[in-house]
Write a protein that binds this ligand. Structure first.
Ligand SMILES: [Zn+2]
Length: 160
């Protein structure tokens, strides 16, 4: 343990980024916030409580400064994740289902197979457009990936 190199969290200091654990966070010009030079996430530091908070995410992520490193204070909100997944499934499946229902209730008057191609194509397009939207949203909400891996650091494959 390198206790001798431990330093308190201070304003205007440069610290390891708690999000990516690769870049360094430094004060932003004319701002009270800090930015990482690698992952570009924006954080605010609380020098009284020695904590950092992620500012550019819809979800709250906080870390405690231990003097040498960051310790995550955020536990994954399971209920929120469950609700979000349910909403995501609804948002992906409901619009194409409605379009498909409309196609079934009011089928094209022509028996030409080309007249049936377009509504089904539209169902597929709606599905993929909403799926892409959901994936974009979830990708933006997942700065968790770098520090999920952290829990596995130092874990030995062999049980002593
Ligand atoms: Zn970073």
């Amino acid at each position: 343990m390198s206790e001798s190199t431990a330093k308190p969290l201070e304003a205007n200091g440069v610290y390891l980024c708690p999000v990516c654990r690769h870049g360094q966070i430094a004060p932003m010009v004319l701002m009270d916030t800090y930015a990482c030079n690698f992952c570009r996430h924006i954080l605010s530091l609380d020098v009284v409580h020695q904590t950092a908070r992620l500012e550019d995410s819809a979800m709250t992520f906080r870390w405690q400064w231990t003097g040498t490193n960051w310790r995550s204070l955020s536990t994954p909100p399971v209920s929120l994740t469950y609700t979000a997944i349910m909403l995501a499934i609804l948002l992906v499946t409901l619009p194409p289902a409605l379009i498909w229902l409309g196609y079934r209730i009011f089928p094209p008057l022509s028996s030409d197979p080309r007249a049936h191609w377009f509504p089904l194509f539209w169902v597929g397009l709606t599905f993929f457009a909403h799926l892409l939207m959901i994936l974009r949203i979830f990708a933006g909400l997942l700065p968790t990936t770098p520090f999920v891996g952290l829990h596995f650091r130092g874990r030995s494959h062999r049980v002593p």
